[in-house]
Design a protein around this ligand. Structure first.
Ligand code: ATP
Ligand code: MG
Length: 508
C-alpha cells in the first residue's frame, strides 16, 4: 500500500535516483559555507520566540556553550507562521545541559535529549550530532543508531531539509545558514539535504515528512528531492508502526490536515502512504464529513486548542463504521448490536495495520457508541449526558449535523438541552417529536446504582438536581424505545466510559 502511494504520487522517472548507488551527503570537511543574516533583515525577532527557548539559549550561552533555536521554530517564524514548538541545539552534552538548569530531564537512552522545563513549557534541547558514514544500518540502509556528537556544521548536515537547518541566536539576533535554507525559504522550495535517496534510505519517515511539509508550508518540492520517493516508498514498511502512527498524527495535527489531504488528492494520490490515509482519501460517501471534520480539527489546532487523537481517529473512520452499521441494519439486525459489530470489524481491521493506542480505541468506541442515543435525543438525553465521553460524542454528532448527515434541528435541540436549565430541559423533552408524554402518565423513576459519573459535562446533567415536584428529577425511560439504555453494553464502567466488553481487549 505504502508503495503504491509514493509511486502514484511521484510517478515514474525515479529509477535513476533509486537505482544509483547511494551517494554520501557532502562531507563536512568539504564544508558548506556559513552565511549569517541579521534576524531583523529576514523578519525574525526575539519576540517571536518563546521566552522559555530564549532563556534556555541565554543560560547555556552564559555557561560558555553555543545554543540556538533550530528547526520548525525558526522556519515557521521566518515564514510568518506560528511555530508549534521551539527546539534548541547546543554543543553542550546532555549531562552538561542538565547541570545548567534547575528543572531538566534527560530523555532517551541511546539518543539522549534534554527536556528543559520552564513553567508549563518544555524546550527540547539536543546536542549537535554528526551523520556517521559508518553508522549501523539495517539491510536497506536505515540508520539504527544516530548518537554521535558533532560540530554545528555536521549537525546542520544531518537534518532533513535545508529550511529545517537554520539556527537562530536570539541573543545576537542572528540567523546562521549553512546549507542555503534562507534562499530555499524565499523560493518556497523544500529541498532535502545531501543525496535524497540516501537520506530516505537512512530514515524512510523522511518521505512522509516531505509530503507533510510540502502541504503544510505550501512549498514546491525540489525535483531531486521528489524523484527517489516513488522507488523507495516501500521502505516505509520497515519503519516500526508506532513511529508511523506518530508521523500520521503529526500530519493530522499539523493544522493543515485538510490541505495535506487535498494535496494528496490533487496529485492523484489515492493510495498507499498509510492504510488510514487510504481510508481518508478514498471514502466514497464520506467526503463531506471528512472535510468538515478535518477543517474542524485544523481550526482547533490553529486556535491553540487541543485535539484528542481518539476523537480525530473516530472521525476519520466514521464513514466505514457508518456504512457497515447501516448495511447490518438493512439486513435486519437491531441498531445497537449492528453498531457494535460494525465498530469491532473496523477496529479489528485497522488495529492490525495501525498502532492506534488502546486508550484511543476506547475513546473511539465511546464516541461512536453514543451516536444512536444522540440521534434519538428525547428521554435518554439526561442519561446520555452522564456518560464520561458525552462531550466528545456530542461534538461528534454536531459534526455529523454540519456535514448534512443529521438534521440541523437535532443539533439545535441538543445544544439547547445541553445549555438549558432543568425547566428548559423539561420543555424540550415535551417538545421533541414523538417524545411528549401522554397526559397524566408518570415518568418511571429509575434507580441508579453507584455514584454519578463525572465527566466534562456531567456537573449539571440530568434532573437529579431538582426537577418539578412529583415528577422526580430523574428522567427515566418510559416504555418503548428502551434501547440503547437497557442494553447491557451501554452501562458505563467506572473509569472506562462504557462500551462493549471488548473495550478491555487489546486492539489485536
Ligand atoms: P514541526 O514541529 O512544525 O512539525 P519541525 O521541523 O520542528 O516541524 P520536528 O519533528 O519537530 O519538525 O523536528 C525538529 C527538527 O529536527 C527538524 O526541523 C529537523 O531539523 C530535525 N529532524 C526531525 N526529524 C528528522 C529526520 N527524520 N531526519 C532528519 N532531521 C530531522
Ligand atoms: Mg518541531
Amino acid at each position: 500500500m505504502v508503495i503504491a502511494f509514493l509511486k502514484r504520487l511521484f510517478g515514474g522517472g525515479a529509477a535513476d535516483a533509486a537505482g544509483a548507488p547511494p551517494a554520501a551527503a557532502a562531507p563536512a570537511s568539504a564544508g558548506p559555507k556559513l552565511r549569517t543574516y541579521k534576524g531583523a533583515d529576514l523578519g525574525i525577532h526575539r519576540e517571536m520566540i518563546s521566552q522559555a527557548a530564549i532563556r534556555t539559549c541565554e543560560i547555556l550561552q552564559r555557561a560558555g556553550y553555543k545554543a540556538y533555536v533550530v528547526g520548525g521554530g525558526v522556519r515557521d517564524s521566518l515564514l510568518g507562521l506560528t511555530p508549534k514548538d521551539f527546539d534548541v541545539a547546543t554543543d553542550a552534552t546532555p549531562e552538561q545541559v542538565q547541570a545548567s538548569f534547575r528543572r531538566a530531564r534527560i530523555i532517551g537512552r541511546r539518543f539522549k535529549i534534554v527536556h528543559v522545563m520552564f513553567g508549563r513549557e518544555t524546550i527540547e534541547t539536543s546536542t549537535f550530532r554528526a551523520l556517521q558514514n559508518d553508522a549501523e544500518t539495517d539491510e536497506h540502509g536505515r540508520v539504527l543508531r544516530d548518537n554521535v556528537f558533532g560540530t554545528q556544521q555536521e549537525d546542520a548536515l544531518r537534518r532533513d531539509f535545508t529550511v529545517n537547518a537554520l539556527y537562530y541566536d536570539p541573543i545576537a539576533d542572528q540567523v546562521q545558514d549553512w546549507l542555503g535554507g534562507v534562499a530555499d525559504l524565499k523560493d518556497r522550495t523544500l529541498r532535502m539535504i545531501g543525496d535524497p535517496a540516501t537520506r530516505y534510505r537512512e530514515d524512510p519517515v523522511r518521505m512522509l515528512r516531505t509530503v507533510r511539509f510540502a502541504a503544510k508550508l505550501d512549498f514546491h518540492v525540489d525535483p531531486a528531492t521528489l524523484a527517489p520517493i516513488a522507488e523507495l516508498a516501500e521502505l516505509l514498511e520497515n519503519v516500526p508502526s508506532a513511529r508511523l502512527f506518530d508521523e500520521m498524527l503529526k500530519l493530522l495535527e499539523s493544522g493543515h490536515a485538510l490541505a495535506c489531504v487535498r494535496r494528496l488528492r490533487a496529485e492523484g494520490l489515492h493510495h498507499g502512504v498509510l492504510p488510514l490515509l487510504d481510508v481518508i482519501v478514498e471514502q466514497p460517501h464520506g467526503e463531506r464529513f471528512i472535510e468538515v471534520a478535518l477543517a474542524n480539527t485544523d481550526s482547533r489546532v490553529r486556535a491553540g486548542k487541543s485535539v484528542s487523537p481518539g476523537f480525530l481517529f473516530a472521525t476519520l473512520l466514521w464513514q466505514l463504521v457508518s456504512d457497515r452499521w447501516q448495511a447490518r441494519q438493512a439486513a435486519g439486525e437491531h441498531s445497537i448490536p449492528a453498531l457494535m459489530e460494525a465498530m469491532d470489524s473496523v477496529l479489528d481491521e485497522q488495529a492490525s495495520k495501525l498502532a492506534i493506542q488502546r486508550r484511543y480505541i476506547a475513546d473511539m468506541r465511546d464516541i461512536w457508541g453514543l451516536q444512536p442515543r444522540l440521534e434519538k435525543g428525547g428521554r435518554g438525553a439526561a442519561r446520555a449526558m452522564e456518560h464520561l465521553r458525552f462531550r466528545a460524542g456530542y461534538d461528534f454528532m454536531l459534526l455529523r449535523v454540519e456535514a448534512g448527515e443529521l438534521p440541523e434541528e437535532l443539533g439545535r435541540w441538543w445544544t439547547d438541552f445541553v445549555d438549558g436549565d432543568s425547566a428548559t430541559r423539561e420543555t424540550l423533552l415535551d417538545a421533541r417529536p414523538g417524545e411528549a408524554r401522554a397526559p397524566g402518565t408518570k415518568r418511571r423513576r429509575r434507580r441508579r446504582s453507584g455514584a454519578r459519573k463525572g465527566g466534562e459535562s456531567g456537573g449539571d446533567a440530568g434532573g437529579d438536581d431538582g426537577g418539578s415536584p412529583g415528577d422526580g428529577g430523574d428522567i427515566g425511560d418510559a416504555g418503548a424505545g428502551r434501547e440503547p439504555d437497557d442494553d447491557p453494553r451501554w452501562r458505563e464502567v467506572p473509569g472506562q466510559g462504557g462500551g462493549s466488553p471488548r473495550d478491555r481487549d487489546p486492539p489485536a
